[in-house]
Design a protein around this ligand. Structure first.
Ligand SMILES: [Zn+2]
Length: 285
């Protein structure tokens, strides 16, 4: 909800449009009815999106074309390694084990391709996040050649994101700082695919008392659409835009009117949970 409200206000307060995409590439992880509940929730919160909803599950042809293009330029290669083999190599990165490059020069004898990976070479990705400041990632050291097509025959999120952001004409990506470490991989793919890089703003994420992101995985209660005004006011307070009591008492429409008029990126808190390794104190280059 924090990412939805923040991205909505950032777009609407600048006369922009707000695009809705359902990241449903991973069927086993999608609970029945969860997509409908997102639509119902947005309706209760009076958040209207612009254009058609894009379902990633209907976009596999576009992802396949992007993968084929990278394969034809020898920028992607087949990998036979299991998760355990990669873990056993013992290269730890900020976002999980770093791929040790086992299959980079061909599959080991007798092994079958499980996944496709992109060659990262010695790419260093730098960008300046609107809120978090300069971010730098050395892909070889911090992620290794990452997966484009998974062993379970699902296109990887980073590839889908790079392809869809361009297809939807996204100029600004506003999302939770839990994705900050993923952004360099998406920028790298944009460059390989000849796509423009949008501006990024990674918002703080709501944490529980143990410092974990509030989510299904940490057993957080779902957003209650029956308490839309209270929830919206709470999200605005979290984003350091506390609405006056009179506005809160007036309900959802009044809160949106107030928030759109008062939205200022300069008031947003920088996320304490963003990994410090990704925040560079140097001046933007
Ligand atoms: Zn491999």
């Amino acid at each position: 909800m924090v990412a939805a409200v923040g991205s909505y206000l950032d777009a609407k307060s600048r006369g922009g449009t707000w695009a809705l995409r359902i990241d449903d590439l991973d069927p086993p992880r999608i609970a029945p009815g969860s997509v409908d509940s997102i639509f119902r929730c947005l309706e209760k919160f009076q958040m209207t999106w612009d254009g058609e909803v894009v379902f990633q599950s209907a976009r596999t042809d576009a992802y396949q074309a992007a993968l084929d293009g990278l394969r034809s330029r020898d920028l992607a290669y087949a990998c036979a390694c299991s998760r355990k083999e990669i873990g056993d190599a013992g290269l730890a990165g900020p976002d999980g084990p770093v791929y040790p490059g086992t299959c980079r020069n061909g599959l080991p004898p007798g092994r079958d391709a499980r996944a496709w990976r992109v060659r990262t070479g010695n790419a260093q990705i730098e960008f300046t996040d609107i809120l978090q400041g300069p971010v730098r990632q050395d892909l070889a050291r911090e992620t290794g050649d990452f997966v484009l097509f998974r062993a379970d025959r699902i296109f990887a999120y980073h590839l889908a994101c790079a392809v869809d952001d361009h297809a939807q004409g996204i100029t600004h990506v506003v999302r939770g700082a839990d994705l900050l470490a993923s952004t360099p991989r998406q920028i790298y793919l944009q460059r390989l695919l000849g796509l423009p890089t949008p501006a990024y703003l990674h918002l703080p994420i709501a944490l529980n008392a143990a410092g974990e992101k509030l989510s299904k995985q940490t057993l957080a209660r779902p957003v209650d659409p029956g308490r839309a005004a209270t929830t919206l006011a709470g999200v605005l307070r979290f984003l350091k835009h506390p609405p006056p009591d009179a506005v809160c008492a007036d309900g959802v429409s009044a809160l949106w009117r107030w928030a759109a008029e008062n939205w200022a990126r300069g008031r947003l808190p920088v996320n304490a949970a963003a990994p410090a390794a990704y925040r560079d104190s140097g001046a933007p280059s």
